[in-house]
Write a protein that binds this ligand. Structure first.
Ligand SMILES: [Zn+2]
Ligand SMILES: [Zn+2]
Length: 306
């Protein structure tokens, strides 16, 4: 992702006929926002470099609306981003813009870094406080990532995942899971401790068998732009069999930009392309998928209306 100025983004696709929803996006990263850090906290892994240009929050809202994406869930998953998210969803709502709800957690790859700094426990306490905000409706993203964390980091990652599950249950809000190459252990831990009532696998990456298991347990499955990737047949087969009442859509922007724009930075507006692909894979209309994911998102995150 060499440049992230507005000019480097893909064009806005034709708008959806029925409004859709992006249930997982990182507008802090998209806008180059640096949330406030406390002494000793590690700098975010995706850190804007000096002088780098980014589109504004207004640009992301306008492009989202232009594509028919009128509701988003902003996710902050390191401490600065978590603070930025809690403040920004409040500020947007106070200004009469009710397009944005929020969620916060310590990302599974971030937990070992905070643990190494001796800050994991107090950070978890703060995540719970931030997630108690009225516009904050999900604890996430948390989970396990065996792709980018290994060795000594794994214990802190699991401790952090278990703590986040408890936070979601105490607050009575949804849980959003990041599961990268860790399907079996994520499912095992959720069974051991008992999953929150509304549990979502963000950027679902399992196969048909995993989708069946999640469906049996009533977990939501949220699909991102990688469902459009050429080599993602397994994922498309999984998306085809998700029960309608458990289906969600997202971007994970600025990452996982859908085909034909793969490799470029993305924004919530590109959820329109993912919704179209879901319609194709499930042999239905984009209107039907847009309606479905909006209804499901309302059940998981509550109302966007103030
Ligand atoms: Zn993730
Ligand atoms: Zn994410």
């Amino acid at each position: 992702m060499a440049s992230r100025a507005a000019g480097s983004y893909p064009a806005v696709p034709e708008p959806l006929a029925v409004p859709g929803v992006d249930t997982h996006t990182h507008l802090d990263i998209c806008t180059g926002a640096r949330g406030p850090l406390k002494a000793g906290e590690p700098a975010p892994e995706v850190d804007p470099s000096e002088g780098e240009e980014f589109p504004s929050l207004d640009w992301f809202r306008e492009t989202a609306f232009a594509a028919g994406i009128t509701r988003i869930v902003q996710i902050g998953c390191e401490m600065g981003a978590a603070r930025w998210t809690a403040a920004t969803v409040e500020a947007e709502a106070a200004a009469g813009r009710d397009w944005m709800l929020g969620g916060a957690a310590i990302h599974p790859n971030e937990a070992p870094r905070l643990a190494a700094a001796g800050l994991l426990e107090e950070s978890l306490t703060e995540i719970e406080q931030l997630c108690a905000g009225e516009r904050m409706r999900v604890v996430g993203e948390t989970g396990l990532d065996y792709f980018r964390t290994d060795g000594d980091g794994l214990a802190a990652q699991e401790e952090s995942f278990r703590a986040h599950i408890e936070i979601a249950k105490r607050l009575g809000i949804a849980l959003q899971i990041h599961d990268r190459e860790a399907h079996a252990d994520v499912l095992r831990i959720l069974r051991e401790v008992g999953a929150p009532e509304r549990t979502v696998f963000h950027c679902f990456s399992g196969d048909v068998e995993m989708a069946r298991e999640c469906a049996e347990r009533g977990y939501y499955m949220s699909f991102a732009g990688n469902i459009t990737f050429k080599n993602a047949d397994g994922l498309r087969h999984a998306a085809a069999i998700v029960p309608p009442e458990l289906l969600l859509s997202e971007t994970d922007a600025p990452f996982l930009t859908p085909v034909p724009h793969r490799g470029k930075p993305g924004g919530p507006y590109l959820t329109a392309l993912t919704i179209r692909k879901l319609a194709e894979v499930r042999d239905t209309t984009e209107e039907e998928i847009a309606r479905l994911v909006t209804e499901n998102a309302g059940r998981v995150f509550g109302s966007w209306d103030r």
